[in-house]
Each structure stands twice: as structure tokens, then as C-alpha cells.
Design a protein around this ligand. Structure first.
Ligand code: NAD
Length: 354
């Protein structure tokens, strides 16, 4: 299993180092892993004048999976747009053709108080949003701003999906549902949008290949409401790029803690890039305060979705549960009476729990 490790900027290197520590511990137990590091984002710019250096891209292309920390920082905010750290991230997603974005929202019962919702609504929440990442309104042509016939500025974007784009992400959604609770809810707006009408038709066709998965459909406005009313009704939510963008942020915040959530972006062969959903947190960078669990849980997702190594993934997730149950916390998820740990000590605690 070849893994490209791209720590990035800010807290990126600190949290990635903990995930690497956990993977190394699994390697000592017999998992065959090869890891190599390369700079991306601001670190890429510092090393090679490019947020996605050629050598980093080559390493990522040659690897089976990429583990990424986070990119960005105030130091780079005044650079020309193509040189900014975030461009490195967008480019690597595009170069690797990562069209399916997986965002879990899982709330460990021990952290139920961290949510803004009542504990009984969210405690034990475990859902997965599968969002299409390379099509829809964000990429559709034509797009632009122009002067219309009345001399007024007018702006437009195009919501557009080809059947094949829907089909390939739908397959990923169903395959993930098979590995989880075998329930998939497809979210669109088929009562108003032709794009959604086609989406629903194609999802129903793909569903015939997965007879064990219970398929349901929901309009996006209702889904936004149901996510805060009764989020535990969902297992896998499959949706397009713009709806997924909004719903996945909503769902992640149900858990109340940005430092706990990982993500995956997959291509058609299950090659993937795995990263925490948080950014580079310049306010706490270099202080050993960051919560590494989102990155450690991203590594678990990597073992499950790229390497089909469910047993190792389960071991990591169970270790995280164990550490939380013992009352160990980083600052962002601290509760009264907890044992406060730094980033590196939290990584050590997870390794010990393995
Ligand atoms: P952020 O996620 O970096 O930080 C938001 C807040 O959450 C901060 O107070 C931070 O201290 C805290 N936080 C984030 N991760 C944490 C962790 N693991 N443990 C403890 N606390 C944590 O978002 P931001 O402040 O809006 O952005 C900072 C930089 O990160 C910007 O340059 C932005 O462009 C970049 N960014 C990168 C990514 C990415 O690499 N995928 C995503 C979002 C933002």
C-alpha cells in the first residue's frame, strides 16, 4: 500500500504526524505500508515556488492513496491567485480526477454535549454524505457575467450533469452503503430541475445492481430540514456538488467539532485523497494544541475505502472511541474533568489504545 503523505501548512504537519504514527503502529502489526512525504500548499510554494510542485504531483499519481493535512496561512494570502496554497489543493483534486467526496458525520456519544442540538437528537449519529465533486453548477458551461440587452449586468451559471457523471458517483454511493447500514437516500430537487430529474432516473437504474440497499429519494429543502430534525434517520446521503457542499457542512456541524471529522475524495478506481475537514488553523499552529483525531480518522477511511482493510480501519476507530471514553481530550473538545492532552500526546494515546 503506497501512501503519499502531504502535510501542508499550519497544523497540517502536526496532525499528519500523528496519523502517520498510528499507521506505523499498524505496520508493526503486519500491515504492509510504504509512506513518502512531499510538500503542498504554502510549503510547496516555499520549497519549489508552486503550491503543487511537479514532484509532489508525481508522487501522488504514483501512490495508491494520499493523506493530506491542511493548506493555507496568512503568510500566503497576498500571493497572486495561482500561487496560493488553496490552488494546490484544487489542482491535485482535478489532476487525480477525484469526483466523489465522502464526508462522514459521526458523533461519539462522549462528545454529545459539543453539538448545538439536543444530545438525544445527535448522540450516536453516524451518517455519510457522498457528494459529486467535479460537475454541476460549479463547473457547468456557459457561465459568466455580461451586460444584457437592457445594459444591465447579468450573471449566470449552468447546472449540468451527464448521465455517466451521475452513474459513477451513484455506484460509489451504493458501494459505501453496502459497507455500512445498506440505506441510501438520494437528494435532489426533481420537482423543479431537469438535472435532478435525470439524477433520479439514473440513481434508480444503478440501484437495480444493489438490491440489498434500500433506496429513498428526498428533495434538498426537506433534507436540510430533516438533518436538524432527525439526523439519525440517515445512513448514506448521495447528492450533487452544490447540494452536497451545503448539506455536508450542515451535517458536520451537527457533531459540533471540526477537529473530529475526516473526509475522502475518490476516483473511479477507489484511489483516494484523505484529509481532515478543518483548515490549517494558523491561530494554534506550532503549539501542540491541535486535535489530530480528524486526520487519524481520515487514515482509517483510507484503509477502508482504498485498501478495503476494514479490520484495520475498525481498530483505529475503536481506539479513538476508547481514548474518548477514558476522558482524554484536546482543547477543542475539552469537557469538565477531562484529561487535557496536546496533539502529540493524543496521537500516542490512540497508538496505546490500538
Ligand atoms: P480552520 O479550520 O483552519 O480553523 C477554524 C477554527 O477551528 C480555528 O479557531 C482553529 O483553531 C480551529 N481548529 C481547526 N482545526 C482544528 C483542530 N484540528 N484542532 C483544534 N482546533 C482546530 O479554518 P480557517 O481559520 O477559516 O482557515 C485557516 C486557513 O486554513 C486558511 O488559510 C484557509 O484557507 C485554510 N483552509 C484550508 C482547508 C484545507 O486545507 N482543506 C480547509 C479550510 C480552510
Amino acid at each position: 500500500m503506497k501512501i503519499a503523505v502531504l502535510p501542508g501548512d499550519g497544523i497540517g504537519p502536526e496532525v499528519t504526524a500523528q496519523a502517520v504514527k498510528v499507521l506505523r503502529a499498524l505496520a508493526r502489526d503486519g500491515l504492509s505500508l510504504e509512506m513518502e512525504e512531499a510538500p503542498i500548499g504554502g510549503a510547496g510554494y516555499d520549497a519549489a515556488g508552486d503550491p503543487l510542485p511537479e514532484a509532489t504531483l508525481r508522487l501522488a499519481q504514483a501512490a495508491d492513496a494520499v493523506l493530506l493535512g491542511a493548506v493555507g496561512g496568512p503568510k500566503y494570502d497576498t500571493l497572486a491567485r495561482p500561487l496560493r496554497p488553496e490552488q494546490g489543493l484544487l489542482r491535485i483534486r482535478k489532476e487525480l480526477n477525484l469526483f466523489a467526496n465522502l464526508r462522514p458525520a459521526r458523533l461519539y456519544p462522549e462528545l454529545a454535549e459539543a453539538s448545538t442540538l439536543r444530545p438525544e437528537v445527535v448522540s450516536g449519529l453516524d451518517l455519510m454524505i457522498v457528494r459529486e465533486l467535479t460537475g454541476d453548477l460549479y463547473f457547468g458551461e456557459p457561465r459568466g457575467i455580461h451586460l444584457n440587452a437592457d445594459g444591465e449586468r447579468e450573471a449566470y451559471n449552468t447546472m449540468r450533469y451527464a448521465e455517466s457523471e451521475i452513474r459513477r458517483v451513484a455506484h460509489i454511493g451504493f458501494q459505501i452503503a453496502m459497507k455500512r447500514g445498506k440505506k441510501l437516500c438520494s437528494v435532489e430537487k426533481a420537482n423543479v430541475l431537469e438535472t435532478s430529474e435525470l439524477w433520479r432516473e439514473v440513481v434508480i437504474e444503478v440501484a437495480r445492481e444493489y438490491p440489498d440497499v434500500a433506496l429513498s429519494h428526498m428533495y434538498v429543502d426537506n433534507a436540510a430540514m430533516q438533518l436538524v430534525r432527525n439526523p439519525k434517520q440517515f445512513d448514506v446521503i448521495l447528492t450533487g456538488n452544490i447540494f452536497g457542499d451545503i448539506l455536508s457542512d450542515e451535517a458536520s456541524m451537527l457533531t459540533g467539532s471540526i477537529g473530529m471529522l475526516g473526509s475522502a475524495s475518490l476516483d473511479a478506481t477507489s484511489k483516494g485523497m484523505y484529509e481532515p475537514i478543518h483548515g490549517s488553523a494558523p491561530d494554534i499552529a506550532g503549539q501542540d494544541k491541535a486535535n489530530p483525531l480528524a486526520t487519524i480518522l481520515s487514515a482509517a477511511m483510507m484503509l477502508r475505502y482504498t485498501f478495503s482493510h476494514d479490520e484495520a480501519a475498525n481498530r483505529i476507530e475503536a481506539s479513538v472511541s476508547k481514548v474518548l471514553a477514558k476522558g482524554m481530550r484536546t482543547g477543542d473538545i475539552a469537557t469538565p474533568g477531562c484529561t487535557l492532552l496536546g496533539c502529540a500526546a493524543m496521537g500516542d494515546a490512540v497508538v496505546a489504545a490500538l
